[in-house]
Ligand binder design. Structure first.
Ligand code: URA
Length: 267
């Protein structure tokens, strides 16, 4: 009996689950691997090496594509005279493949004269649907935390490292971050905030160009140096999405927000 197979539905399900690459035609059940005979394993290892050699040119191509997309992004940023122009350029930019899976380009939003600029990782499903940063569950928690230190959403400028949602909310790749980073840095130049709040490890690592864990980075006064060498005070804290899953860490985030409030009140 012929089955009615919904291929488009299956692909959509894969994309939502974060699958964005296909490594072979047949699925592999990795938990069964231990039952393989040694000779089968050896054959598989030759096949893997051959396949690796075959994809090497593809990796080189990816590196070249990334390098030229980064250059293109930097050139656009130099041309942008203001935030509105930059937003238009980001919306028209085609150098990041994430754009083609996303429904919206989620550019920064909020007070253009904000003293506090908040940077997250990337839009989630709600942000992608609505076209604005931090408007889902994480955004609601962020708004509550801001209110607790006397700030409304309209007081701050909120943006993300990436303006496009990675499929299934997977962690952005280094290449995606590298391509989109110039757009974030240019937003910082236009807003010139007094303090930058980095939410989560991805945002902190991308902007501060380090690989330290968020647990080590959070709660310390850090510095982001702009292209013209102006230093901007930065503070890293846990991402609200992480706090929603680990409420035991909310006390640490609260102490970070209190430090932030104190600093914002200093002249
Ligand atoms: N998480 C982020 O990092 N940014 C958003 O805009 C929403 C969720």
């Amino acid at each position: 009996m012929e089955q009615n197979f919904d291929m488009a539905g299956l692909l959509e399900w894969y994309i939502d689950a974060g699958v964005d690459e296909v490594c072979g035609d047949a699925p592999v059940l990795s938990i069964c691997r231990s039952k393989e005979k040694p000779e089968e394993k050896a054959l598989e290892s030759v096949a893997v090496k051959t396949a690796a050699a075959a994809v090497r040119p593809a990796i080189t191509t990816l590196a070249q594509t990334t390098t030229s997309a980064c250059k293109n992004a930097r050139e656009l940023c130099e041309k942008a005279q203001n935030l509105a122009e930059l937003k238009e350029m980001v919306c028209a930019f085609e150098g990041c493949a994430l754009k083609f899976n996303a429904k919206s380009t989620v550019f920064g939003a909020g007070n253009l004269k904000a003293e506090l600029m908040i940077i997250g990782e990337a839009p989630g499903a709600d942000e992608d649907r609505l076209g604005a940063p931090f408007v889902g569950r994480s955004g609601h928690l962020l708004e509550k935390m801001l209110l607790a230190i006397g700030l409304k959403r309209e007081d701050v400028y909120i943006t993300n490292v990436l303006p496009w949602r990675p499929p299934g909310n997977r962690t952005p790749t280094d290449a995606e971050v590298a391509v989109c980073l110039p757009f974030l840095k240019r937003q910082i130049e236009f807003i010139k905030p007094k303090i930058i709040l980095l939410l989560g490890g991805s945002a902190a690592n991308a902007l501060l160009d380090n690989a330290e864990s968020i647990s080590r980075l959070r709660g310390r006064w850090l510095e982001y140096i702009m292209a013209d060498k102006t230093p901007i005070t930065a503070l890293a804290s846990f991402h609200p999405a992480y706090l929603l899953r680990n409420s035991a860490q909310k006390a640490k985030a609260w102490s970070d927000f209190l430090r932030l409030m104190k600093k914002l009140k200093e002249n």
